[in-house]
Ligand binder design. Structure first.
Ligand code: EPZ
Length: 417
């Protein structure tokens, strides 16, 4: 079993270079199979989630060539095949193969995806979108078959601006006959990154990044070269860490506009920030003011940063609140923060944080990816030794986390026990 051991309460300074965005990359890899030629994706992070998607490409007989930070995907020998549960359950993003295979072959057979247990995570909006495009969906236990003779454009209104459903419907619609309009589409930067990738291949998508996306179906998609955008959630996690332990800690290779909601909230709390064109430098201040954050779809405050932000709120003087509106089960980190010395209560979907409280190292669990990130941030802040188990959750989303943090002065070690 892998664990992380942290000796906390140290000042961190230097530069952390942010990697390519996990949540973009995990959609770009399945999207690549829609090309009829070879595509190259660069700035690909080395994460267990990207490895899991490459395993699925192997199942589909796709030629994959991985060099440092880039991946070349060639579909000339590709064959459509069922994606078994052992592959699909490794991560949520395996479901992007449903849209991509349906778009390419008019048929996808796969099992229900995995991912963090942060809520029920249904896929009804994805399936309704596929049906609107003309596909028939059948399912037996966890196995889904989505197929049709021909996909046709459709007007699709999403009941919720779901990131996954927006991307999956785009993937299914790029080669459909005619025009598809997705209304109440998600607007996250990752959606724009995927649409740009598809357009670079010759797709005709407009409006990505707004709530109405229009797709004119095309028959053939060409080769292209594409770059993964910087990971705004990794960046945000390290900026929050800088507000707690930083001494001019520079978070580099980022797009600050993607972090507007976080940066405004940090300023409101009193964090000392310098925002450059592609970096943020952050230092710890002596006192912080309380605030309330409410998670929302982009450009609202990202649910994926709520858990690390809660650690910062334990150091604020007074009562702060975190209201989670996206996921039903995203407060699993709270009991562990309390065991480190925080004073937090949870009622319904709201956490109330009373601060400031001194944190002291102990043994904690990474219950999901961002809860794990919160444990790392808390461990680096706490006095003494913090041991984190279930770290495989963290390694799904934070490339070279131990090396990056060690380079800026943290005492953190990954151990096999
Ligand atoms: C993406 O998940 C991200 N994952 C999540 O990041 C992120 O928390 C989430 O978007 C919101 O920003 C990936 O990109 C791989 P949704 P996704 O579909 O696409 C409900 C992380 O830590 N819903 O926007 O699964 C759903 O239950 C992860 O990196 C339906 O009801 O999120 C949730 O309440 C965790 N039916 C809400 O919509 C559906 O068919 C948002 O889900 C689809 C979603």
């Amino acid at each position: 079993m892998k664990i992380l051991e942290i000796e906390g309460n140290r000042n961190l300074s230097g530069t952390i270079r942010v990697s390519g965005a996990k949540n973009s990359c995990v959609a770009l890899i399945p999207a690549a199979i829609l090309s009829d030629e070879e595509v190259t994706i660069c700035n690909v992070p080395e994460l267990t989630d990207t490895d899991a998607l490459c395993e699925i490409l192997n199942v589909l007989n796709v030629d994959v060539n991985r060099a440092s930070e880039s991946i070349v995907i060639d579909t000339k020998n590709m064959k459509n095949a069922e994606i078994a549960e052992e592959y699909s359950k490794k991560l949520r993003a395996s479901y992007y193969f449903m849209g991509a295979l349906l778009g390419k072959y008019k048929k996808a057979v796969m099992y229900f995806p995995g991912g963090c247990s942060i809520g029920a995570r249904p896929i009804d909006l994805h399936l309704k979108g596929f049906e609107a495009l003309g596909a028939k969906v059948t399912n037996e236990k966890n196995k889904y078959t989505v197929e049709t003779e021909e996909l046709h454009g459709a007007n699709i209104y999403l009941d919720f601006a779901s990131v996954g459903a927006t991307i999956n419907i785009m993937l299914a619609a790029v080669k459909a006959k005619g025009r598809t309009v997705i209304d109440n589409a998600a607007k996250e930067p990752e959606i724009v990154n995927i649409a740009t990738f598809l357009n670079n291949m010759g797709a005709k998508i407009t409006g990505a990044g707004t709530s109405t996306i229009r797709i004119e179906g095309v028959e053939y998609l060409t080769k292209c070269f594409h770059e993964v955008i910087p990971d705004r959630i990794e960046a945000g996690t390290y900026i929050i860490l800088g507000a707690l332990c930083g001494n001019k800690l520079k978070i580099d290779n980022i797009i600050p506009e993607h972090l507007d909601s976080l940066l405004s909230k940090l300023e409101e709390v009193g964090v000392d920030l310098e925002v450059g064109q592609d970096y943020v430098t952050v230092s710890k201040a002596d006192t912080y003011k309380p605030t309330t954050i409410t998670t929302a779809v982009y450009p609202g405050f990202p649910t994926d940063l709520q858990q690390p932000f809660t650690v910062l709120l334990t150091q604020v003087s007074g009562k702060s609140k975190v209201v989670e509106t996206i996921w039903e089960n995203r407060f699993m980190h709270i009991p562990y923060l309390n065991s480190l010395g925080a004073d937090i209560t949870v009622k319904n979907q709201t956490a109330t944080i009373f601060g400031p409280t001194k944190l002291k190292g102990t043994s904690v669990v990474a219950t999901d990816l961002r809860a794990g990130a919160a444990m790392v941030v808390a461990g680096l802040l706490a006095e003494g030794k913090t041991t984190i188990t279930n770290v495989e959750h963290i390694l799904r989303g934070y490339e070279k986390i131990v090396e990056k943090l060690t380079d800026v002065g943290a005492k953190i070690e990954s151990k096999e026990i």
